[in-house]
Design a protein around this ligand. Structure first.
Ligand code: C2E
Ligand code: CA
Ligand code: CA
Ligand code: CA
Length: 283
């Protein structure tokens, strides 16, 4: 017996292997989740090195699953990307992040920016630029307070197109950040042409960071490259004071990581808003 789901997907097929069944169940749940508004954003602060002030937040997606608890993007993003669900979901993320930022701006935190992650499929949508412009206008957010994080891999998968899209976006004031830098294969020629404002060094390099050794060499090289290209450098995944000190010494402009601040709910940031605005209050 086979039932046709509400979106026309077939599931609960007895012959199907468990993994496929789980994936179909997940896909069905994902569509429902968007309808039922089970997604939410958490926000991780970005600090001016070494310890503040907070210059803005990165919005990170969570799924409050009805019976599995809070799910991380790693669990559902690949499927959302494969099936195209990421497009409406990604649009929701941009909308919700801008709505939240406008709320914080109204509370007086007008210096804060918001960074949103864009998936490859989302980045390839022809409607992307218009959608983002409309969302900024809807929430009355200054374009230069929105940072779009695009991974190096996404940006380099079709570099000419990336240059075109990012040029269009940044022309209207929006900022672009090259995420997970160092894990992809950048053409330096294209990197130079990409109108980004910052590079985010992938967590893998930060994790292994000690005073000597290969990974310090890589971080130094990325910082040097970024300076040459007039880009700021963000180090993510900062977990220890040693990493914080070393990354600052190496010339990273912005630090992000569990040491300085984990991703938290908007409510929690609103409640601590004034603390986040003070430069000397970071623990
Ligand atoms: P990412 O953009 O590289 O985000 C950083 C990830 O590292 C986040 O995981 C964050 O919670 C985690 N992180 C931050 N600081 C530390 C630290 O000090 N130590 C460790 N171990 N981890 C840290 P998260 O939230 O699970 O997100 C995973 C990935 O999912 C993100 O990687 C991003 O690629 C993707 N993602 C998250 N939200 C969205 C979204 O709204 N849209 C799209 N397209 N992708 C998203
Ligand atoms: Ca990111
Ligand atoms: Ca990253
Ligand atoms: Ca990553």
């Amino acid at each position: 017996t086979k039932h046709v789901g509400r979106n026309g997907y077939h599931f609960f097929q007895p012959s199907m292997n468990t993994l496929a069944q789980t994936q179909l169940q997940l896909l069905n749940d994902l569509w429902m989740a968007l309808e039922r508004e089970e997604f939410r954003l958490v926000y991780q602060p970005k600090f001016k090195a070494p310890s503040g002030p907070v210059i803005g937040f990165e919005a990170l997606l969570r799924w409050q699953h009805p019976y599995q608890g809070v799910l991380s993007p790693d669990v559902f993003l690949p499927l959302a990307e494969k099936t195209g669900l990421i497009v409406p979901l990604g649009n929701w993320v941009v909308d919700e992040a801008c709505r939240q930022l406008s709320e914080w701006h109204k509370q007086g935190h007008t210096e804060w920016s918001i960074a949103v992650n864009l998936s490859t499929l989302q980045f390839e949508q022809s409607a992307l630029v218009q959608t983002i412009m409309d969302t900024l206008k809807k929430h009355d957010v200054p374009p230069d307070k929105l940072i779009l994080e695009v991974t190096e891999t996404t940006a380099m998968s079709n570099p000419d197109e990336s240059v075109r899209v990012l040029t269009e976006l940044t022309a209207s004031g929006v900022k672009a950040s090259i995420d997970d830098f160092g894990t992809g294969y950048s053409s330096l020629l294209y990197l130079k042409r990409l109108p980004a404002c910052e590079l985010k060094i992938d967590r893998a390099f930060v994790r292994e960071l000690s005073n000597e050794g290969d990974d310090a060499t890589i971080v130094s090289a990325i910082v040097a490259l970024a300076k040459t290209l007039n880009l700021k450098v963000v180090a993510e995944g900062v977990e220890t004071e040693a990493q914080q000190a070393f990354l600052t010494e190496l010339g990273c402009n912005t630090l992000q990581g569990y040491l300085l601040g984990k991703p938290v709910s908007a409510e929690s940031i609103t409640a601590q808003g004034n603390k986040f605005s003070l430069s000397d209050s970071v623990i």
